[in-house]
Write a protein that binds this ligand. Structure first.
Ligand code: ZN
Length: 132
């Protein structure tokens, strides 16, 4: 893993959150993207070398909807950048981490992603991601 690629933040209303984070960070989001498979709408802000990803549920079956119901809005995941996601998934599995998907999924921002179960990562939902 070579960097913190982004922090994922669960929000209830993407439009309101975009305004809030524009004020907070002093710059505007550079993209909005819906990830059909995950039932989320996302927006991205650059902040130095890393990014902030805001995530809003687009359906009640979305993991973001469930997360907010259970824990409230706020920090949802931390994403680490990797060069070879297949290699890294293999390594993590061998180290005893539970992968939430067996093959990389298509994520927002032109990435291949894989999530690790928080019960094996000290309570933190971890994403690894690679540029496609
Ligand atoms: Zn993410």
């Amino acid at each position: 893993m070579h960097n913190i690629e982004h922090l994922g933040i669960a929000v209830e209303n993407l439009e309101e959150a975009n305004l809030l984070f524009s004020k907070l960070l002093g710059n505007k989001h550079y993209k909005i993207e819906e990830v059909e498979g995950e039932k989320v709408a996302t927006s991205f802000f650059r902040i130095g070398e890393t990014k902030v990803e805001l995530l809003e549920a687009t359906a009640e079956s979305s993991v973001i909807h469930k997360f907010i119901q259970k824990r409230g809005k706020g920090i949802h995941h931390i994403a680490f950048g990797v060069d070879d996601i297949y290699e890294e998934m293999k390594r993590l599995e061998e180290e005893g981490f539970e992968l939430l998907n067996e093959i990389p999924k298509k994520g927002a921002d032109n990435k291949l992603v894989c999530f690790l179960h928080p019960k094996t990562t000290g309570g933190v939902l971890v994403e690894i991601c690679q540029d496609k």
